[in-house]
Design a protein around this ligand. Structure first.
Ligand SMILES: [Zn+2]
Length: 133
């Protein structure tokens, strides 16, 4: 990785170099993040049955693990998780996602939080500008 970077660094200016490192850095932290997530939720990963929260039926895991791509601050990461589907309620669930605190929506919590933080800061700076006017 460092060697590969050394080759790419040559002849690059400030902006280009910064962008290169941002991109490469993201792929490293993304990989570490993915590994970190793999070590969590071991029990949920092995689960073969789950009681449906809605109707109390015992659901059996779908034979294959389902992979899901999740956007994060460290780029897109892939998660393989067991998936349970309640036919009468037409509702799927994944206890592993709950264990890892992955939001069911496309944007996971860390990005949602960033957006909220951004908005808060923006409003704050607007307020400061208003007070200084
Ligand atoms: Zn159910």
């Amino acid at each position: 990785m460092v060697e590969k970077l050394n080759n790419q660094v040559e002849g690059k200016g400030f902006e280009e170099l910064s962008e290169l490192l941002r991109r490469e850095g993201k792929s490293v932290t993304g990989a570490i993040f993915e590994e970190g997530l793999k070590s969590r939720g071991a029990k949920q990963r092995l689960a073969t049955t789950q009681v449906c929260e809605g109707c109390g039926r015992t659901l059996t895991r779908q034979p294959k693990l389902q992979s899901r791509k999740v956007e994060s601050l460290h780029g897109e990461i892939e998660i393989e998780r067991p998936y349970f589907y309640c036919k009468p309620r037409r509702k799927g669930s994944s206890p592993l996602e709950e264990a890892l605190e992955i939001a069911p929506q496309k944007k996971p919590y860390d990005l949602q939080r960033t957006a909220a933080d951004y908005l808060r800061k923006f409003r704050l700076s607007e307020r400061v500008r208003f007070l200084n006017a």
